[in-house]
Ligand binder design. Structure first.
Ligand code: C2E
Ligand code: CA
Ligand code: CA
Length: 423
C-alpha cells in the first residue's frame, strides 16, 4: 500500500475462498484435501501469468495482491482467469475432482486506505460471492461490479462479432510526400455493434488483447487486407502496399507468423506489399523476443514499421539492430506544427533519426496544408491524414481515386471538402 500510495497507483486485493472444500475433506480425507490445496495453488500460479504473488492465508483461503493496475476491470479480468484456473479438473488418487472458488476484490485507494480494512472488505466480498452462487468474483463496491458486468457484456459481444460478421476494414490512404500520390493504405478495424452502432477500435482492441481474441480477429483482418489490396492492384493500382496494425501481444505469439504466411499465400500479394505496424511498447517490454519475431517476419519479405514512434521509450540501441523499414511519427507531435518549437524539434529529430538508420519517416494525422508543407520541407517521406483522405471502405477509396485521376475533377473529396489523393 505504501508503494502504491507513493507512486499513485491502483492496487487490488483478491480474496480467494474455495467452494465446498469441506466436502472434499469429509469425503476423501484430509490427505486428499491437502493435495487439492497444493494442486489448486499450482493451477492458479500457472494460469495467473505475470504480476502479483499468491498467498495462503488460512485453511482453504488464498489471496493475491495486484499492483500497478490501470483500471478496476483489470482486477476483474485477473480474477476471472483465476476462476478458470481453479475450475480445471484435478486428479486426486484415482478420482477426478472439480473445485471452484469465490473471489472478493477490494481496491486501494478506491475502497479504503487502511490495510486491515482492505482485507476485511475483500473477505466480505468473497462471502457475498459465495452466497449468491459461488464460482464468481465480486468487488466490494457495487459501483465496480456494474463496470465489471458491462465489461463482461462487451467481451461476450466481441466473441460473437467475428462469427456474425460485424467487423469491417476501412482503408486510409498514405501518400508520397513528393508525388502526392497514394503509395500505400492503412487497414483499420471497424466494429458495427448491433446495439451501440460503430465502436472505435480504441475502445475494444485492448479487450481483444486481454481476452486473447485478438489472434482470431487479426488472422481474419490480415487475410482480408491482403486480398483487398491485391484486388486494388489488379484493378487500377499496381504496386500499392497495405499496412496492418499488429498488437504487442500478437507479436509475442507464434500465430502471427502463420497468419502472415497464409494470408500472403492465399491472396498472392507480393510480400513487400504488406507492411506490419508495431507499437513501440512491445520493443521495450521484451526486446529480445520481439527482435527474434521481427527477424522471422522480415525473412518472409514483409515491411516493418514502428507505429506511434516517440510515445514510448524504445532504446536507440535496439532500434539500430531491428529490421525495421520505417518510423511512423505519432500524430500527437503534429498537432501544433509548425508553431510549437518543441514539436518542431521532436519531429525534425525523428525524421533525421529515421534517415540515419536508413528508414523511411512517415507522418500520420496530417490535417492541414501547413503541416503538409512543413513536413515535406523536413524531408518526411510519406504522409497520412485527413488532408489526404479519411479511412473508408475499399470500394469508396477506389471510387475516390478514379474521380481524382480524371482531369475534369476538382480534386476534392466528397465528404471532407479537403484536397483528395491523386492516385
Ligand atoms: P493508429 O494505428 O495510430 O491509427 C491511426 C488512427 O488515427 C486511426 O484511428 C485514424 O482514423 C486516425 N487518423 C487518421 N488520420 C487522422 C487525422 O488526420 N487526424 C486525426 N485526428 N486522426 C487521424 P482509428 O481507426 O480509430 O484507430 C485507432 C487505433 O486503434 C489505431 O491507431 C490502432 O492503434 C488501433 N487499431 C485500429 N485497427 C487495428 C487493428 O486492426 N489491429 C490492432 N491491433 N489495432 C488496431
Ligand atoms: Ca497504425
Ligand atoms: Ca499511429
Amino acid at each position: 500500500i505504501g508503494r502504491s500510495a507513493h507512486y499513485d497507483r491502483l492496487l487490488a486485493l483478491l480474496y480467494i475462498d474455495l467452494d465446498r472444500f469441506k466436502a472434499i475433506n469429509d469425503s476423501l480425507g484430509h490427505e486428499a484435501g491437502d493435495q487439492v490445496l497444493v494442486d489448486v495453488a499450482g493451477q492458479i500460479l500457472r494460469h495467473r501469468f505475470d504480476t502479483g504473488a499468491l498467498y495462503r492465508i488460512g485453511g482453504d483461503e488464498f489471496a493475491v495482491i495486484l499492483e500497478d493496475l490501470t483500471s478496476p476491470e483489470q482486477a476483474a479480468e485477473k480474477a476471472e482467469r483465476i476462476l478458470q484456473a481453479c475450475r480445471r479438473p484435478l486428479t486426486v488418487g484415482t478420482r477426478e475432482v472439480v473445485i471452484t472458488a469465490s473471489i472478493g476484490i477490494a481496491l486501494f485507494p478506491g475502497d479504503t486506505q487502511n490495510p486491515d480494512r482492505l482485507v476485511e472488505d475483500a473477505h466480505a466480498a468473497s462471502k457475498r460471492a459465495k452466497k449468491i452462487g459461488q464460482d464468481r468474483a465480486l468487488f466490494y463496491s457495487e459501483q465496480f461490479n456494474a463496470a465489471a458486468l458491462e465489461r463482461l457484456e462487451w467481451e461476450s459481444d466481441l466473441r460473437k462479432a467475428l462469427r456474425q460478421r460485424e467487423f469491417h476494414i476501412y482503408f486510409q490512404p498514405r501518400v508520397g510526400a513528393e508525388s502526392g500520390e497514394m503509395v500505400a493504405m492503412e487497414a483499420l478495424l471497424r466494429w458495427e455493434h448491433p446495439k451501440h452502432g460503430r465502436v472505435s477500435p480504441d475502445r475494444f482492441v485492448h479487450i481483444l488483447e486481454e481476452t486473447g481474441l485478438i489472434g482470431a480477429v487479426s488472422d481474419w483482418l490480415i487475410r482480408e487486407a491482403c486480398q483487398q489490396c491485391k484486388a486494388l492492384q489488379e484493378r487500377s493500382h499496381p504496386g500499392i502496399r497495405v499496412s496492418v496494425n499488429v498488437s504487442s501481444m500478437q507479436l509475442l505469439t507464434h500465430s502471427l507468423l502463420d497468419s502472415v504466411r497464409s494470408a500472403l499465400a492465399a491472396s498472392g500479394l507480393a510480400p513487400h506489399c504488406l507492411e506490419l505496424e508495431i507499437t513501440e511498447s512491445v520493443l521495450v517490454d521484451d526486446p529480445r523476443e520481439a527482435a527474434a519475431t521481427l527477424d522471422r517476419l522480415k525473412s518472409f519479405g514483409v515491411q516493418l514499421a514502428i507505429d506511434d514512434f516517440g510515445t514510448g521509450y524504445s532504446s536507440l540501441h535496439y532500434l539500430q539492430h531491428l529490421p525495421v523499414d520505417s518510423l511512423k511519427i505519432d500524430r500527437s507531435f503534429l498537432v501544433d506544427l509548425p508553431e510549437s518549437p518543441d514539436q518542431t524539434a521532436l519531429t525534425e529529430t525523428v525524421v533525421t533519426l529515421a534517415h540515419n538508420f536508413g528508414m523511411l519517416a512517415v507522418a500520420e494525422g496530417v490535417e492541414n496544408e501547413r503541416q503538409h508543407a512543413f513536413l515535406k520541407a523536413l524531408g518526411c517521406d510519406e504522409m497520412q491524414g485527413y488532408l489526404f483522405g479519411r479511412p473508408q471502405p475499399l470500394a469508396e477509396l477506389a471510387a475516390q481515386l478514379d474521380r481524382t485521376s480524371s482531369p475534369a475533377d476538382p480534386r476534392r473529396t466528397r465528404d471532407t471538402g479537403k484536397p483528395a489523393v491523386r492516385g
